[in-house]
Design a protein. Structure first.
Length: 175
């Protein structure tokens, strides 16, 4: 049920759909837009807030890189996306830089399960979901630390800086 609800929310968000089409035009082998871009549309709907634009548009992808320079290739992809969508705060990262072997394994290390969710658009304009840690926390408004990549100290700094509970009353931090 949550997957269907998430797909419905994505389909009803014209800016995100346009950005999914832009990302698809890169013809990457495996990709998704995730993190705050997805979380924001869900929490805006659940908590009747917003719209809340994302601070950045996380485009996670996985695949080979010409000449092996991950950083340079990601910057090239960001420049291509900015040319297509000049106002969008694109942040493109090949997840291979962290040793990921799939989008599932990459997103499973993102700082919170509620943001470890991505969506991608296939050639038929069908929205597909990547959620290796599930959608439960996202739809329940639960913010919890995923220790897979971020330390407790960095997590404390992150939760203070993000101010999730003040932006979306009804969300709650869980240890």
């Amino acid at each position: 049920m949550s997957t269907v609800r998430l797909v419905d929310l994505v389909l009803a968000d014209p800016p995100l759909m346009a950005r999914l089409r832009a990302a698809r035009s890169l013809d990457l082998p495996s990709w998704c837009i995730g993190g705050g871009a997805v979380r924001n549309i869900v929490w805006d709907a659940i908590f009747d807030v917003g719209p809340t634009p994302p601070r950045d548009l996380d485009l996670a992808w996985l695949g080979p890189v010409p000449h092996g320079d991950l950083r340079a290739h990601d910057m090239h992809l960001e420049a291509t996306l900015r040319a297509l969508d000049p106002g969008a705060p694109w942040e493109v990262r090949n997840q291979a830089r962290w040793g990921a072997t799939s989008l599932d394994s990459a997103l499973a290390t993102w700082p919170e399960p509620c943001t470890a969710v991505g969506v991608w658009l296939d050639e038929h304009d069908d929205v597909n979901v990547v959620a290796p840690l599930g959608l439960g926390d996202l739809f329940a408004g639960i913010i919890r630390h995923n220790p897979a990549r971020i330390s407790p100290k960095d997590w404390a700094t992150r939760q203070h800086a993000k101010r999730w509970t003040s932006r979306w009353p009804g969300t709650r931090l869980v240890s």
